[in-house]
Structure formats: C-alpha cells, structure tokens
Design a protein. Structure first.
Length: 227
C-alpha cells in the first residue's frame, strides 16, 4: 500500500451567508495516496473549488480533520503550513496565471525564489521541468508569444519545479479547445505514469475519464468514490 499524502476525515466547510449557512462541503472523508491520479467531478456549485482550497490548505475546515503526510494540519503553524504548501504542493489553474513580463524560464523559476536559499541545482531543475512539458525550446519566449496549450505547459512546469509531493489542478483545460485539452490530459497521464500524484478538478466526465479514480461531488457531498 502506498503512503498517504492527504487524508480527509469528516471534513465540513460552512459559509455564513447573511441569515443562512451554505454547506459547501459535508462530511468528506477520503485519502489521496502517493501515485494516485484522482479527479474530483461535479457540476458547478457542487463544492469542487472548496475541496481544492482545503486540499491545498488555502482554507481551513469548519469541522473535521485534514492530515498531510499523516500530520493534522490544524497542528501546524500558519508559517510552516505556507512553507509546506510552497515546497510540496504544485498548483495548476484554469487561467494559467503566468506573469506576462517574464519569459518562460523566469516563470518556471518562480516557486524556487520563495525558498530561503535557492537550491544549488535550480537551473537544472528548471530545464528538467521544461523538458518534462516539452517547452525547452521556448524558454526565452514570453507568455504572450505562446498558444494557450503552451502556456498551460509552462504553468505545469512551474508547478513541478519544486518536485512537489502532489499536483492540484483546478479545471486546467477550461480555457483550451478540446484538441489542446487532450494533449494536456495526455501530459498529466504521462506525469502520473512516472509516479506523480495528481488531483484534477473538473465538471466534465470526459476529462475525468483520464484519471484512474473519480470522486463525484454533488451539493457538497461525496456521492461516489471508486477508490
Ligand atoms: P464549484 O467549484 O463546484 O463550482 P464551490 O466550491 O465554488 O463549487 O461552491 C460550493 C458552494 O459554496 C456554492 O453553493 C457556493 O455558492 C458556495 N460558496 C463558495 N465559496 C463561498 C464563499 N466564500 N462564501 C459563501 N458561499 C460560498
Ligand atoms: Mg469551482
């Protein structure tokens, strides 16, 4: 059995909305293990982004427990949590979120600049990440000179440059045409085949079909998990 990366135990997230309360996530329990390729599938408003924010500890649960590498994150200081997030979690977003004035190489380097001391092998790591996504030959282009699919490849390289424990992708193909989307999903499949742990959020069953396990959410509840 592979090591646990993230475990949710009875996790709830409630948002106050004036006089009422929105139950964005209700009693979610599941485990993401090393080497998993999991999609979180559900319609708009079902709680996917809420779940993703909790997975990246960008937000805290209202109740229940989240463990990262077997440690309850509620027991980790905010500073330490930010550091774990920076070093061990790679994020990929629908809108790519590249910095337009920096070239591909500098964008990919960004997560390394958050280290107290840049790693000695920084340049090698950047080239390696760019090679993984087949973007080495565009290292000195700026995002504006790239297609959408190429931009998302760079964003994936940036997410990988720290060699994170887990990659979290929220609707990563939402801004791409279906053919380009398929190439990005093939890339995730290949990265997972190489051993990377991936969680992919999507509303589209065709995209979820690329993953090896689907967690279906509806109205804040997990209604199916084929773990
Ligand atoms: P999805 O990503 O699947 O579209 P979300 O996680 O964004 O779903 O939202 C789940 C539910 O929680 C929705 O009903 C949404 O309106 C509500 N919600 C999300 N964020 C907030 C917030 N900050 N305050 C109040 N309600 C929120
Ligand atoms: Mg969402």
């Amino acid at each position: 059995m592979s090591a646990d990366v993230i475990r949710f135990a009875g996790v709830c997230k409630r948002y106050p909305m004036g006089e009422t309360i929105v139950n964005a996530l209700v009693d979610a329990s599941f485990t993401i293990r090393e080497g998993d390729f999991v999609s979180i599938l559900g319609p708009s408003g079902s709680g996917k982004s809420t779940l993703m924010h909790l997975l990246g500890f960008l937000d805290s649960p209202t109740s229940g427990e989240i463990l990262f590498e077997d440690r309850p994150i509620a027991e980790i200081s905010p500073d330490q949590r930010a550091r774990i997030r920076a070093e061990k979690i790679g994020f990929v977003f629908q809108a790519f979120n590249l910095l337009p004035r920096m070239d591909v190489f500098a964008n990919t380097r960004l997560p390394l600049t958050y280290h107290p001391r840049p790693p000695a092998d920084a340049a090698a790591r950047i080239w390696n990440a760019l090679e993984l996504v087949d973007m080495k030959n565009r290292a000195h282009h700026r995002p504006g000179q790239l297609s959408g699919g190429q931009r998302q490849r760079v964003a994936i390289a940036r997410a990988l440059v720290n060699e994170p424990r887990i990659l979290l992708a929220d609707e990563p193909t939402g801004n791409l045409d279906s053919r380009t989307a398929a190439t990005i999903l093939d890339l995730f499949t290949e990265l997972n085949r190489q051993g990377r742990t991936i969680v992919l959020v999507t509303h589209d069953p065709k995209i979820a079909a690329y993953s090896r396990r689907q967690i279906h959410v509806m109205d804040g509840r997990i209604i199916r998990d084929d773990a």
